[in-house]
Design a protein around this ligand. Structure first.
Ligand code: APR
Length: 309
């Protein structure tokens, strides 16, 4: 257990994240920050009142400022606007870049030793904003994307094969968008290569559905984007850090030559522990996967060029 985990943005993703953190007792205090007056306070109080029922001792506090967040061990940034039907994650860029910049300035001032987990979209570009503005080393700025994309992929596979989700191991790399790269060669069911269990056409359909998994939910909800699985994914990353678990999870990380790319955030297999990003694992990729990852990197670089921070 750490002392304080702050969640910035008390909307759908942020509030659900705070609730999950508290229920898992990952920190003594969970501080929920939002600019809207009353909302973080109200949600914080409501969540704290679930403690006697759920039986957790993490104190949930809602606030509009950063004083209560001082010295946070982990800060999860979910502030920003969410997608509406027809919008891509990149459509959110300018609005959310301004928001993530303002948040990052406060985080750098009040929690200079924090590990930052970014959830706001477009994810890989928002990670870049958070890293540039805080000045934190790459070990302490990570983006939540791959855990979510992999969870969607695993859920679709488990459903199609009628097996437990627990037995599906998989890795989705690349940017958090339509160019993401589900690695078929590393997808197994309890060690059995997926290609032995499913015809290629069915697998391709599942890969395609994974790529647009977020948009599928946006089109159903109509007024916002997914938040149950995104919050669960962010909390799994926080749990790996708090527990120094050395988990290997796909996360958006700042690349310095890994996979042949530099100077951008991209989804890659990361080892997460108490120091944050403890290693990037470089796995062998097929020529097709390498080319797909390069296309995904281009899709992240392109909007980055239009970014003014
Ligand atoms: N500081 C703190 N909170 C802010 C700020 C700011 N500068 N600007 C906006 N917010 C808050 C809003 O007031 C709102 O409560 O961020 C919250 C966003 O909540 P929702 O609109 O419910 O959006 P949500 O579904 O939670 O998604 C948030 O996560 O998954 C991504 O694409 C998604 O970028 C989006 C983000």
């Amino acid at each position: 257990m750490v002392n304080t985990i702050t969640v910035v943005g008390a909307g759908n993703v942020g509030a659900t994240t705070a609730q999950r953190l508290a229920e898992k007792e990952l920190s003594r205090r969970v501080v929920l920050v939002d600019i809207v007056e009353g909302v973080p306070q109200g949600k914080g109080l409501d969540q704290w009142q679930t403690a006697p029922i759920e039986g957790f001792d993490s104190r949930v506090i809602g606030t509009n400022g950063y004083e209560e967040t001082t010295g946070s061990d982990i800060v999860i940034i979910t502030a920003g606007i969410a997608r509406k039907p027809g919008m891509s994650r990149d459509d959110l860029m300018n609005t959310n870049a301004g928001i993530v910049k303002a948040v990052s300035e406060q985080v750098a001032k009040t929690s200079p030793g924090a590990i930052v987990i970014v959830v706001s979209n477009p994810l890989d570009v928002m990670c870049h904003v958070a890293k540039a503005v805080t000045g934190f080393p790459r070990e302490r700025v990570l983006g939540m994307a791959g855990v979510l994309d992999t969870a969607r992929y695993r859920a679709f596979l488990a459903e199609a094969l009628d097996v437990s989700v627990r037995d599906i191991q998989a890795m989705v790399l690349g940017g958090h968008g339509d160019t993401m790269v589900p690695l078929i060669s590393y997808t197994t069911v309890s060690g059995i290569p997926i290609t032995q269990l499913m015809p290629r056409e069915q697998l391709d359909r599942i890969v395609a559905r994974t790529r647009t998994g977020g948009a599928e939910i946006v089109s159903l909800l109509k007024t916002g984007s997914a938040y149950y699985a995104p919050s669960a994914a962010a909390v799994q990353m926080a749990e790996a850090v708090v527990g120094d678990q050395k988990r290997i999870l796909p996360c958006s990380a700042w690349l310095e030559g890994e996979y042949g790319h530099s100077g951008l955030f991209l989804g890659v297999p990361c080892k997460l522990g108490r120091r944050g990003l403890e290693a990037i694992i470089e796995v062998e990729l097929t020529a097709d996967e390498r080319a797909a990852l390069a296309r995904s990197a281009d899709a992240v670089r392109e909007p980055m060029a239009a970014l003014t921070i």
